[in-house]
Design a binder for this molecule. Structure first.
Ligand SMILES: [Zn+2]
Ligand SMILES: [Zn+2]
Ligand SMILES: [Zn+2]
Length: 243
């Protein structure tokens, strides 16, 4: 929902620490002159301004929930600037949600307005993207499927409640693991701080960053109770990783 959460006056929502201002979760990868995004959140335009995104080559979608897809329309300036399509990668069920949610983009009907120019590609296994090997990592988001992605020593896995054993094999030997940790209280669709700490303990990445954090978790207070190699991610966080 983002922090501050609308209408809420809890200590985190009213915190003056800039780390407690949270737009919806997303990751931007820059390599070889390319810019690849994971998800287009409803905050995408604001995030692109803040991160000074100059170009956009592809989007990898995790799943079709509103907080991960609704910013798609705002890729249009990059279509115009680059005079070309942006490639969208997602599992087949997520592509179906994109086609339905953004029917005006995929209807094929002539329009006098600009619409996102995209090329859809179904993800059903590892693939190469502009010279980088991308490995999808399937997990459960309550009763629904979700995809995480691994790039060399980096993996991003948001919105999961359970990681199946065969996917855990794809998440070993990481330098950086960015993963869902919504709050302390159990949630049917999301991993909690305690569950994500257990997963970090099991998979042993060098560094873990928790994301998809709700207003239950204050930045400074939560960080002070985490192990040295685990921290809450925050808007604008940047790091380099060998892939
Ligand atoms: Zn609040
Ligand atoms: Zn979700
Ligand atoms: Zn979400």
């Amino acid at each position: 929902m983002g922090v501050p959460t609308l209408g809420c006056h809890c200590v985190v929502c009213e915190s003056s620490d800039p780390h407690d201002k949270r737009l919806r979760p997303s990751l931007m990868l820059e390599y070889g002159g390319r810019t690849v995004l994971i998800d287009t959140t409803p905050d995408f335009r604001t995030q692109a301004i803040l991160a000074k995104i100059e170009r956009l080559d592809a989007v990898l979608y995790t799943h079709g929930h509103a907080d991960h897809i609704l910013g798609l329309d705002d890729i249009r300036p990059y279509n115009i600037k680059q005079r070309g399509v942006v490639r969208l990668f997602a599992a087949e069920d997520t592509l179906a949600i994109l086609r339905r949610t953004f029917a005006y983009v995929f209807s094929g009907k002539p329009t006098d307005s600009s619409i996102p120019l995209v090329e859809l590609q179904a993800v059903d296994g590892p693939f190469d993207l502009f010279g980088l090997r991308v490995t999808p990592v399937a997990a459960h988001h309550g009763p629904e499927p979700v995809l995480g992605y691994r790039f060399g020593k980096l993996a991003y896995l948001t919105d999961f409640s359970k990681v199946p054993e065969n996917s855990k094999e794809l998440l070993r030997g990481l330098d950086v693991f960015v993963l869902d940790a919504l709050r302390h209280e159990p949630h049917p669709m999301h991993s909690t701080v305690e569950q994500s700490l257990q997963l970090v303990e099991e998979l042993k990445p060098r560094q873990a960053w928790f994301t998809h954090i709700c207003h239950d978790l204050g930045h400074a207070e939560t960080n002070s109770a985490l192990p040295d190699n685990v921290r809450l991610a925050y808007d604008g966080l940047k790091f380099e990783v060998q892939v």
